[in-house]
Ligand binder design. Structure first.
Ligand code: NAD
Length: 433
């Protein structure tokens, strides 16, 4: 099929490249000229494992291209995937400015039937709003459809998630739109992947309900971890013990500093508002948000337990990305905690294998923070080490390599073993064990 993908960010790029791999002819677009320039040369503007190789391959094969010229890109396109950002606005609602602008731009150039598919995470009712915008801005009278196809990929494993999805959720209101999307995903459907057709509102809601459920699972295990801390139990054992129950399953049962990232915080907030607008006062999710906020304090308190007043203390902090294998720092727990440490007067010496640059952009007004390109240099003259992201390279570090630099380790990801550090006379704090 001939497909346009609007937005060449984490989701749009993976979508464009993977659709090219599935055999479609794909044009990726973005309003950011620098991104498009780079992509045309085969240079990725973001980090995602395996993406660069696929980008190079399909640019060479010739069924993948990037442009800023929407009019040409839309010619003969049968499907437009909208993967533009929906960041939280100042009130923590999903900002639909980019989605609405994209719909308007498509309408202005549309002269034939196509399916406009919202892949971005958008509140219930957005497809209807997009349909209206397109209708109002058409310059040539033509039929079109709007569909919802929420994306469930995870940064760090996005390609595998796209090509081997647990399910493909598609919300449509016409048989023709369903047929188009069936054709898009035919290679995955024929491999036995579940293609779930539903109504548009349910598809939109599925994404929010899924992320909110996962965020709740994280919030729950963190609370159990805090109980473990107080009672002397071990959260790793407890999580394994409950996760072996197939009704519960072991995933998302890792205690830590609370969820962050580009999706969970904003999606949970938007879901609470969406429900409230619909007259439903949710009880569980506001508690999840509050518990998540308090979990940051659990981590900070572990530092102050051993360092006392944090003012003037130097904290080495390993890991800025919200999870390993990505350079994305949006709403990362590490950045949240840095801001709180900074407010308490601490100095921070930070290191991340990939996310230093993005973190610097977000934290540019904080002058008590230094960034390092070497994790051991970040430890020099620090009072404690705080591990925030469980990058593989941190897991490979031996306690003996840290021991010469400092004596207090707060492992907010339960990556290391307590006995390795304690046997060297160091103080080790995990989360719930
Ligand atoms: P992103 O910020 O990385 O990318 C969005 C891109 O859209 C940017 O490059 C921006 O320049 C571009 N853009 C904005 N307006 C445009 C327009 N009119 N035309 C063309 N391009 C335009 O965002 P992302 O992380 O890829 O997320 C996109 C959507 O997918 C969001 O709704 C998000 O919630 C959802 N989502 C994200 C993930 C994830 O892991 N990042 C996973 C599932 C769903």
């Amino acid at each position: 099929m001939k497909i346009c993908v609007l937005g060449s960010g984490y989701v749009g790029l993976v979508t464009a490249v993977c659709l090219a791999k599935l055999g479609h002819t794909v044009v990726g677009l973005d309003i950011d000229a620098e991104k498009i320039n780079k992509l045309q040369q085969g240079i990725l503007p973001i980090y995602e494992p395996g993406l660069e190789e696929l980008l190079t391959t399909y640019l060479q094969v010739g069924n993948l291209s990037f442009t800023q010229d929407l009019a040409t890109a839309l010619k003969d396109s049968q499907v437009v995937f909208n993967a533009v950002g929906t960041p939280p606005d100042d009130n923590r609602r999903a900002d639909l400015t980019y989605v609405e602008a994209a719909a308007r731009q498509v309408a202005e150039h549309l002269d034939h039937y196509l399916v406009f598919v919202n892949k971005s995470t958008v509140p219930v009712g957005t497809a209807e709003r997009v349909r209206q915008i397109i209708q109002e801005n058409l310059r040539v009278k033509t039929d079109f459809a709007v569909a919802s196809n929420p994306e469930f990929l995870r940064e760090g494993s996005a390609i595998g998630d796209f090509l081997q999805p647990d399910r493909i959720v598609v919300g449509v209101d016409s048989e023709m739109a369903a047929d188009y999307l069936r054709q898009v995903y035919q290679p995955l459907i024929s491999e036995g992947k579940t293609f779930m057709l539903t109504d548009i509102k349910s598809a939109e809601l599925i994404k929010y309900a899924a992320n909110s459920f996962l965020a709740t699972k994280v919030g729950f295990i963190n609370e159990v971890a805090n109980v473990c801390d107080s009672l002397g139990a071990d959260i790793s054992q407890v999580a394994r013990g409950i996760g072996l129950d197939t009704r519960i399953n072991p995933k998302f049962l890792e205690a830590g500093p609370g969820f962050g990232g580009s999706c969970f915080p904003k999606d949970v907030d938007e879901f609470i508002y969406t429900a409230s607008d619909a007259g439903v006062a949710l009880q569980i999710l506001p508690a999840v948000v509050l518990a998540n906020k308090q979990q940051r304090l659990v981590v900070i308190n572990k530092l102050s337990k051993h360092l006392g007043n944090l003012s003037g203390k130097t904290i080495a902090l390993w890991g800025l990305a919200f999870k390993p294998k990505t350079d994305d720092v949006r709403e990362s727990a590490a950045l949240d905690i840095i801001k709180q440490l900074y407010a308490a007067g601490a100095n921070i010496q930070a290191y991340d294998p990939l996310a230093n640059k993005n973190a610097q952009v977000v934290l540019d007004k904080l002058n008590n923070i230094k960034f390092f390109n070497d994790k051991f240099l970040a430890l020099k003259e620090a009072d404690a080490l705080l591990l925030m992201t469980h990058w593989e390279e941190f897991g490979a570090v031996k306690a003996a390599e840290i021991a010469p630099h400092l004596k207090i380790i707060v492992d907010a990801r339960n990556l290391w073993s307590r006995s390795d550090f304690e046997s060297l006379g160091l103080i080790y704090e995990g989360i719930g064990r």
